[in-house]
Design a protein around this ligand. Structure first.
Ligand SMILES: C[S@@+](CC[C@H](N)C(=O)[O-])C[C@H]1O[C@@H](n2cnc3c(N)ncnc32)[C@H](O)[C@@H]1O
Length: 510
């Protein structure tokens, strides 16, 4: 009887163990079809690997197909299973259950076929096919010793990596030339930082064949927030393109409509999720002459930002400020806060002796201000803010984008407010051009682009961040026909997103 050292990675809030989510039979069937592990084929010589078999969702179906193939092609299924099928699980109790399920199908199993072992540390054999659903274990739940091992052993184990990433690397490396790999797994690695090295590796050494995004579907036997995707990868040289589909229901897997996408060359796979990134006539926001910035961080908002500043400091040193709380419920409603600007126009700090009221106010908070990291570094500049304040930004028209908001409307400030640190802003060109850009930013097309470059949406609403804003691509706004501009601006003022979408449809193909 095998032992169980679990829960090795801790327990989920629903009582399940981290890393244990079992695949639904429809997904298992689809995956085995995609790697051509089908009963009509002579499977007697086809090697297949399941690196984390759990109770055997994949193995049971593998056994069924092998038994079926054995009848058609006249070979001994038990012998073929023992020779060709390899599976691992770190949890002995699951391995026991899995072996029983296979034995119940009439296959007499040898010991080395389904092994109780840590797959990442096991010595493994080469194979023709890899299938499975590797454990998803967040970085913070992976035991320290395992993190160290993975960092040392796997080049793809990067940043705050999830455990499934080294499963990809090791199983891909075990493929024979031309072999096929198909996992159902979290889709986070396709876009995020910890998946960067794995994307690089795949783009360089393998051929990505297919991505089926299952974010909206129920791919598992329980409801989990896992954002799954099925990927098919082959141990061939990259061939320049792959097929992509989105699937809303797992029983629709067999009737998906695929689109062909260009295979990204390096680590940035955003074009895999939105063809807009491949459109040669589209330009980034910055290529169109706009500037993207983030509002000022003071290090002590309680001192530098307040509605009472007009009563306490000289009026030359204050300006109306705006933060995310002013932009809620699709309304810009200023809550009357001001920002204290302790700088001269040339960026030097003001001489406080020239401003007795500001001097008294700041002295009153001196202890607090001096304890900030930025002030400890430059003690004589104890009343500086973390970022410089550029007074000209106050009067410039600008788009205001709160990092996290539930707004569908994108605001343009005509030049009345100074943005604080939880707001990204865009300046440049005229008020009209900014409102036109804001109109695009409100559209579903840009929302789709955003979700192609980041996993961190906010319940369907965009999370605006400068690194993502910089990646967006739009038609050249300076070439838009006057009629379209007028219509779009009208819909913008009315907040009519459906009309904006239908007007913009002709510009975006995807
Ligand atoms: C997401 S479940 C998938 C199980 C099965 N493949 C399926 O699709 O139903 C992941 C499995 O990985 C196993 N596991 C976790 N860490 C492992 C490791 N280092 N080596 C092998 N198996 C591991 C867990 O015990 C669990 O059964």
């Amino acid at each position: 009887m095998s032992s169980s050292s679990f829960p090795l990675y801790g327990v989920r809030s629903n009582g399940g163990r981290h890393g244990d989510v079992f695949t639904s039979p429809m997904v298992v069937g689809f995956i085995l079809d995609r790697v051509n592990y089908i009963a009509s084929r002579d499977l007697s010589g086809v090697h297949i690997l399941e690196p984390s078999c759990g109770d055997g969702e994949f193995l049971v179906e593998i056994a069924h197909r092998l038994l079926n193939s054995a009848v058609r092609h006249h070979f001994d299924a038990s012998e073929a299973f023992n020779r060709n099928v390899r599976a691992y699980d770190i949890d002995g109790e699951k391995v026991d259950r899995c072996r029983k399920r296979i034995a119940n199908l009439g296959i007499s199993l040898s010991e080395e076929c389904i092994r109780e072992a840590d797959f990442l540390k096991a010595e493994t054999e080469k194979t023709d096919i890899v299938v499975g659903n590797p454990p998803y274990v967040r970085y913070e739940n992976i035991p320290r010793e395992m993190v160290d091992f993975c960092r040392y052993t796997f080049s793809s184990f990067h940043y705050r990596c999830d455990l499934y990433v080294p499963f990809f690397e090791k199983t891909l490396a075990s493929l024979h030339p031309g072999g096929l790999h198909c996992f159902v797994c979290s889709n986070r690695w396709l876009k995020n930082e910890y998946g960067r090295k794995l994307r690089q590796l795949i783009a360089l050494k393998y051929a990505l064949k297919t991505i089926v995004n299952l974010e909206q579907a129920d791919a598992f036997q329980e409801e989990v927030l896992a954002y799954p995707a099925i990927t098919v990868i082959s141990a061939d040289k990259p061939d320049g393109s792959f097929e992509y589909a989105e699937c809303g229901k797992v029983n629709g897997l067999d009737s998906l409509s695929y689109s062909r996408r260009r295979m990204p060359k390096g680590e940035d796979w955003s074009s895999a999720f939105s063809a807009d990134f491949d459109n040669p006539s589209f330009l980034t926001i910055e290529q169109q002459g706009f500037k993207i910035g983030i509002g000022v961080a003071t290090g002590a908002d309680a001192v530098f930002v307040s509605p009472d500043l007009p009563q306490k400091v000289e009026s030359e040193l204050i300006m109306p400020s705006v933060n995310a709380r002013d932009l809620r419920g699709n309304r810009l409603q200023w809550r009357g806060e001001y920002l204290l600007n302790p700088y001269n126009a040339d960026g030097s700090l003001v001489d406080l002796t020239a401003y007795p009221r500001a001097s008294a106010y700041l002295e009153h908070h001196r202890e607090r201000l001096s304890s900030r990291h930025v002030a400890r570094k430059f003690p004589s500049r104890w009343y500086k803010t973390i970022d410089r304040i550029c007074p000209e930004l106050l009067t410039q028209p600008k788009i205001l984008l709160p990092d996290i908001s539930g707004n569908t409307f994108v605001f343009v400030d005509e030049g009345k407010f100074y943005p604080l640190h939880n707001i990204y802003y865009i300046t440049g060109h005229s008020n009209v051009q900014l409102r036109l850009l804001a109109t695009f930013l409100m559209s579903d097309f840009i929302r789709k682009q955003l979700s192609a470059v980041t996993n961190t949406m906010n319940g369907g609403f965009p999370r605006w961040q400068s690194q993502h804003l910089r990646k967006l691509r739009l038609p050249d706004l300076s070439t838009l026909p006057e009629n379209d501009i007028q219509d779009l601006l009208y819909h913008y003022e009315q907040g009519e997103i459906a009309s904006i979408n239908s007007k913009l449809k002709k510009y975006f193909v995807s």
